[in-house]
Ligand binder design. Structure first.
Ligand code: NAD
Ligand code: MG
Length: 407
């Protein structure tokens, strides 16, 4: 096993993926050095992480928080410097000393630092799927131009990566999927906590119910996305860009046990799958150590206690967010950026009880109908589409959201 030390920036270190990443890193002190940790909230956790991993920098977003954290760190005898603001996120994602960047900020806020890491030619461990939904072509162009290494961390995409031919997974834009002998990507979905809940009761769904995922423990936003199946929609778009897949080459398969993390179907009829206990430390360890394999701390899969694996078709009538994502992907331009922005506003409003669960999809559909045709020529155009969609979503909530506020 090679012993070269990897120097790591963790964007979004205080979140669910960030803490799982540090859990794996802590197992290999001789193998990984932490250069920077970033967090927008939960600054007590960031403080503890800074003491445990002695990074060169921690980055926060607000000046006052930065001052308080710097004072606490100095008092504890730490040499870690505290930086502040979005430019600092890009700086620690692209610094010359860094070779690996875990992109685990949630939402479109993660796009610029993730893009900075891609442009700087880093090994990018991509958890922040919104980067690809917002700016997929631009991001993949940046990866290809700089020679950066892109390793998907989203469990489904990590599974697909593991079972694709090596040439295609490492250079997906050198050939089409068909030329690589692949006929379809089968993206599995748990179906979320409301898979078998009657649609008549969807309006009564509370944030607490929506963030209680049956198989995975995750941040609040992605948990709501999983409940609405928008997460699978975002993942279809993510797969399109990561693997150079055409939309019709991607199928969604509901698999409630979340043991098969996804599959690839080949021209000869073979279907290859990656299985495992649902725990994000597996894809994280895979990305960190690629192409080697290391212990991740994840419990071995016990097939006898799993017992059975079920598969069913997704119900697009009950979960319209998945349909909207396929439609946005098909319409091209900035439609997926608009979808993503409207969804972020809708999920935040749902979590604040300003919007009922079924209205998440209604809001996104309305914003897409209004602004789905915006152009996506460059980053400025995409950011403009993101802003327009957010404004339209807020206006929609102000107009109609209040009328149907739940309980
Ligand atoms: P989380 O909410 O637990 O953590 C998000 C992190 O981003 C935190 O460190 C937070 O402080 C930081 N952050 C939030 N807003 C920010 C902003 N405006 N600027 C800078 N930093 C900000 O989220 P998570 O569940 O860890 O998910 C992170 C990303 O990984 C998401 O894109 C999600 O879709 C993806 N992902 C997560 C999982 C999972 O199991 N949690 C699985 C697959 C993909
Ligand atoms: Mg996933």
């Amino acid at each position: 096993m090679s012993t070269a030390i990897r120097t790591l920036t963790v964007l979004g270190a205080t979140g669910s993926i960030g803490t799982s990443t540090l859990d794996v890193v802590a197992r290999y002190p001789g193998r990984y050095r932490v250069y920077a940790l970033t967090g927008a909230s939960q600054l007590d956790r960031l403080y503890e992480q800074a003491l445990a991993f002695s990074p060169r920098y921690v980055v926060v977003l607000v000046e006052q928080a930065a001052e308080r954290l710097a004072k606490r760190l100095r008092a504890a005898g730490s040499d870690t410097e505290v930086l502040c603001g979005e430019a600092a996120l890009e700086q620690v994602a692209s610094a010359a000393e860094v070779d690996t960047v875990m992109a685990a900020i949630v939402g479109a806020a993660g796009m610029r630092p993730t893009l900075a890491a891609a442009r700087a030619g880093k090994r990018v461990l991509l958890a922040n799927k919104e980067t690809l939904v917002l700016a997929g072509r631009l991001f993949m162009d940046a990866i290809n131009a700089s020679g950066a290494e892109l390793l998907p961390i989203d469990s489904e995409h990590n599974a697909i990566f593991q079972v694709l031919p090596r040439a295609h997974r490492e250079h997906p834009y050198a050939a089409s999927l068909g030329e690589a002998g692949v006929t379809r990507i089968l993206l599995t979905a748990s179906g979320g906590p409301f898979r078998s809940r009657p649609q008549e009761s969807f309006a009564a769904i509370t944030p607490e119910e929506a963030i209680k995922h049956p198989n995975w423990s995750m941040g609040r936003k992605i948990s709501v996305d999983s409940a609405s199946l928008m997460n699978k929609g975002l993942e279809v778009i993510e797969a399109r860009w990561l693997f150079n897949a055409l939309p019709h080459e991607i199928s969604v398969v509901v698999h409630p046990q979340s043991i098969v993390h996804s599959m690839v179907e080949y021209a000869d009829g073979s279907v290859l799958a990656q299985l495992g206990t649902p725990d994000m430390r597996t894809p994280i360890a895979y990305g960190l150590a690629y192409p080697e394999r290391v212990v991740s701390g994840v419990k071995a899969l016990d097939l006898f206690s799993v017992g059975r694996l079920d598969f069913e078709a997704p119900d697009l009538a009950r979960f319209p967010c998945l349909r909207l994502a396929f439609e946005a992907l098909a319409s091209g331009g900035a439609a997926t950026a608009v979808l993503n922005a409207a969804n972020e506003v809708a999920v935040a409003a749902f979590l604040e009880r300003q919007l009922s669960f079924p209205r998440i999809a209604a809001l996104i559909e309305a914003v897409l109908a209004q602004h789905g045709g915006l152009p996506a020529d460059d980053l400025d155009a995409l950011m403009a589409a993101d802003r327009v969609a957010r404004d339209a979503a807020h206006a929609w909530i102000a107009r109609s959201g209040a009328l149907i506020a739940p309980c």
